[in-house]
Design a protein around this ligand. Structure first.
Ligand code: PHE
Ligand code: ZN
Length: 880
């Protein structure tokens, strides 16, 4: 029954639209419970189809049609058909004007797609298919039109009326109402439409573009948040500057607006000239936001800004091409952040996220190519694969083409396709043409799912002084793709002598050595590369800077890893070598726990860790990364069968051992990082704070009272949220009276600040203490808990199920039934959020038979629910 109810859309079935829309005039009579929308479309038959006359089929969803006129004349009901999802008009002239009146109820829109109420304001979210919940339309990205929008609303409750483009008129209306008219001179697809109406204040700034134009920048927030916009504004200016310098891209309208809303399904939305943001990616003050929050704001502000060229000026032909804009824009925001802070640390952070989340997605039942071939609900494909693997694919192009070649490719892409809706193929073709390269095989990255594995072996010929690497690639089967063809990938590497010197590289066939780092191009299933003049058997530094989204298998010895960790010229590799050792150690301990053997942390590991920790002259942010053990989720990825308890126990054992053995060094690291000045997010000391708080967490892992007191003292005296949470987070994992004392004080202090109260929920949901699930259940009843607010739902339910492996996967299965309960409640309320919460269940095959059974039961229970939303149905069905 679900099967025919929920149709699968296939990429191969794409056909060009039968009609095109030239202009759209929208008239909104706004009121929370009943908004009237009058849409006037000028449209014409699309001769590209060669199909002659065809019915016009407009999309609609949850709409009430109240009027319909064709070329100014009321259309009698026998001339059209309305269903749940469509308005069809069989006979139309080649060119005509349609006037469509609809009625909607924003206050009842709990799905937060289309026009909805967030607190006292009204706002829209149209990507991917929300516009059809506002009016009947050709709601697909290859239909691009010019929009003129008039908003009418009560002046007192909605003094601010915003839409895309430029304001062209405004004035008073009878009965305390007023209006504003906006015109967007750029053609756009409906998913980029936006409006906002509310009682907002704005923080203003300006940016002068490279051609000397002045752009007004406006960050809109509720009055109480007036003082929390500075960082967003600053980040926006930095992003605009950076896109001019790095990509030669200038902003194209006179105003750029950002609005913060509290109820938002995703991070933010790049609507033309009027970005709408989840308030967590706008609002910040030193007392209430952490360094990580500040960094995330910069990143998301950048991301949405960069979409103006990669997404808006050039958009996607259809939703299968989503990565055309998202992968590219992720790559751009990663590079922006790398230039704003520490490049190696940013790369480490990005790779950690990719390997713990995207690799897991690629290894499970929801694996899909960067360009999927089918979907039931497109919202389910705003995935780690489309975004982050898509970003890695762009990065590989950059590596293969070099800085100049890549920039030429980008320029050519903009030159050829500005104003168009295109496919990934057009992007890659521009790169191929600009780089003078054949990228046919490279396209497989877009169409084959799964994480390739590179098995690398080597041999050294002492007499000939030749070193040969043999690289074999394979890719595990994924749903619908049992066999894979070889990928074209850049393998960046270097060779180190035992003493640490890097060897100048000369491949066989080359006249002279050039450089100590090289990008090999791997294209075959198995391939050998020989290096000449290699004085002794080297240690290979493989996949430098993580040059491709693959897993590398090479039999490194402990000494090899120690050498790379200490000497590699690539900081990413130094970090990576340490991680490989830590993974080995912890996975070994997991086996010891399972076999009932006593646990010991090897002395060389403790010594190497201490050596790193003592080297406080290093960049602290990098050092903090190097001293952080691999996450439980990443460790889980390394095991055949995931054993959440053993992983947790093993990792904690290593943490407490290190805390005890290096007690004085951790104290010294903290000491060195104690701030001498009041906090400022841009003081360049965020790395220091990271190292200081990491040290505290190691000290507290010992459970010693002295450490708990250190934590309490830091918590009580912190002048900023980074240090406050840096102490409260280990405290919340500590079974001590100070814990509840601190949590209660934190709540008292921050009650009423949504963003901080989200953190308070998350702290408790992610506590490793055994009583966590009962605390989470109690928190569901807390007056501040609200399932309808996505951030709040994520802060408790998402955090518990996705960031607390050991407690969520409790043997009894109680965590599983808790999650299923919440998903079922959300199913009718907000299907997108409900579907996103399903992720942990999709991993059921990776666990022991008993957990498998328990998780499967919950999936079956969800699937048995009558009236399951398309979003939830698709993920649950594919997971089973
Ligand atoms: N396009 C948005 C982005 O990545 C994400 C988004 C998708 C927001 C769907 C809302 C709905 O920037
Ligand atoms: Zn995006």
């Amino acid at each position: 029954m679900h099967e025919n109810q929920h149709r699968t859309i296939h990429q191969k079935d794409y056909s060009v639209p039968d009609y095109l829309i030239d202009t759209v005039e929208l008239d909104f009579d706004l009121a929370p419970e009943c908004t009237r929308v009058l849409s006037r479309l000028t449209l014409h038959l699309n001769h590209d189809t060669g199909n002659g006359q065809r019915p016009l089929v407009l999309n609609g969803d949850d709409l009430k049609l109240v009027s319909l006129k064709l070329d100014g004349v009321e259309l009698p009901t026998e001339y059209y058909q309305v269903t749940d999802q469509q308005l069809s008009i069989p006979d139309l002239p080649e060119r005509c004007t349609l006037e469509i009146g609809t009625e909607i109820n924003p206050a009842a829109n709990s799905a937060l797609s289309g026009l909805y109420a967030s607190g006292p304001m009204l706002c829209t979210q149209c990507e991917a298919e929300g516009f059809r919940r506002i009016t009947y339309f050709l709601d697909r990205p290859d239909v691009m039109a010019i929009y003129t929008v008039t908003l009418k609303a009560d002046k007192k409750s909605c003094p601010v009326l915003l839409a895309n483009g430029n304001r062209t008129a405004q004035g008073e209306l009878p009965e305390g109402r007023h209006y504003a008219t906006w015109h967007d001179p750029f053609k756009k697809p409906s998913y980029l439409f936006a409006l906002v109406a509310g009682d907002l204040v704005h923080k203003a700034g300006t940016f002068t573009t490279c051609s000397g134009r002045t752009v007004n920048l406006e960050i809109y927030v509720e009055e109480k948040n007036r003082d929390k916009c500075d960082h967003a504004l600053l980040s926006l200016k930095r992003a605009m500057q950076w896109d001019e310098e790095e990509f030669g891209r200038e902003y194209d309208l006179d105003t750029y607006m950002v609005v913060a809303v509290d109820d938002f399904n995703m991070g933010a939305m790049e609507n033309k000239g009027l970005n709408i943001f989840n308030s967590r990616y706008v609002l910040a003050s030193p007392e209430s936001a952490t360094d990580a929050d500040y960094q995330a704001i910069e990143e998301v502000i950048g991301h949405e800004y960069f979409h103006n060229w990669t997404g808006n000026r050039i958009t996607c032909r259809d939703w299968f091409q989503l990565s055309l804009k998202e992968g590219l824009t992720i790559y751009r925001d990663q590079e922006f952040s790398a230039d704003m802070q520490s490049r190696p640390v940013k790369r480490i952070e990005d790779v950690k996220l990719l390997r713990s989340s995207q690799f897991a997605e690629d290894a499970g039942p929801l694996a899909h190519p960067v360009r999927p071939e089918s979907y039931v609900e497109i919202n389910n494909f705003y995935s780690m694969t489309v975004y982050h693997k898509g970003g890695e694919v762009i990065r590989m192009l950059r590596t293969l083409l070099g800085k100049e070649g890549f920039r030429r490719g980008m320029d050519l892409y903009f030159e050829r396709h500005d104003g168009q809706a295109v496919r990934v193929d057009e992007f890659v073709q521009a790169m191929a043409d600009a780089g003078g390269r054949d990228l046919t095989q490279f396209m497989r990255w877009y169409d084959q799912a799964g994480t390739p594995v590179l098995s690398i072996s080597d041999s050294y010929d002492e007499a000939a002084k030749t070193y040969t690497l043999t690289v074999s690639q394979s890719c595990p089967p994924t749903p619908g793709q049992p066999e894979k063809l070889p990928f074209h990938l850049p393998l960046a590497l270097g060779l180190l002598e035992r003493g640490g010197r890097e060897i100048p590289l000369r491949l066989s066939g080359e006249g002279a050595a050039g450089g100590t780092s090289r990008v090999l191009e791997v294209t075959e299933a198995s391939q050998s590369f020989s290096f000449l003049d290699v004085p002794s058997r080297p240690v290979p530094s493989l996949l430098r800077n993580f040059s491709a989204p693959v897993k590398v298998q090479y039999p490194y010895s402990d000494e090899d890893l120690m050498l790379l960790m200490a000497q590699d010229s690539d900081p990413f590799q130094r970090w990576e070598a340490g991680q490989i050792q830590a993974v080995k150690l912890i996975c070994g301990l997991v086996a010891d726990i399972q076999a009932g053997r006593p646990l010991v942390v090897s002395e060389p590991f403790i010594a190497a860790f201490g050596k790193l920790l003592a080297d406080l002259d290093q960049d602290s942010a990098f050092l903090a990364e190097a001293l952080t053990l691999p996450a439980e989720s990443y460790l889980a990825e390394q095991l055949e069968v995931i054993d959440p308890e053993a992983i947790h126990q093993a990792r904690e054992f290593v943490r407490s051992t290190l805390g005890e053995r290096h007690w004085d060094l951790f104290l010294a690291a903290r000491e060195k990082c104690v701030a001498r000045e009041p906090y400022h997010p841009d003081d360049g000391l965020s790395g220091c704070r990271k190292l200081k708080n990491l040290s505290l967490s190691y000290l507290m892992a010992t459970g010693k009272q002295q450490a708990i007191e250190l934590g309490m003292r830091q918590f009580e005296s912190a002048d900023n949220m980074t240090d406050s949470l840096g102490a409260l987070s280990p405290l919340s994992n500590c079974d001590c009276p100070e814990r509840s004392q601190a949590l209660a004080a934190f709540y008292q202090c921050w009650q009423g600040d949504r963003g901080v109260i989200d953190k308070w929920f998350t702290l408790q949901a992610t506590s490793r203490l055994p009583g966590t699930l009962s605390e989470v259940l109690a928190l569901l009843e807390h007056p501040d808990f609200d399932l309808r607010n996505p951030n709040r739902a994520r802060s408790l339910i998402g955090a518990f199920s996705q960031a607390n492996q050991v407690r969520f996967h409790e043997k009894s299965g109680a965590g599983y039934s808790f999650l299923a309960d919440q998903i079922l409640k959300l199913n009718s309320m907000n299907p997108q959020i409900a579907a996103r919460l399903l992720t942990p269940f999709s991993r059921w095959r990776r666990f022991d038979p008993s957990r498998q059974e328990l998780m499967k039961q919950q999936l079956q229970r969800i699937l048995a629910e009558p009236g399951l939303a398309r979003d939830v149905y698709e993920l649950a069905a594919k997971s089973l």
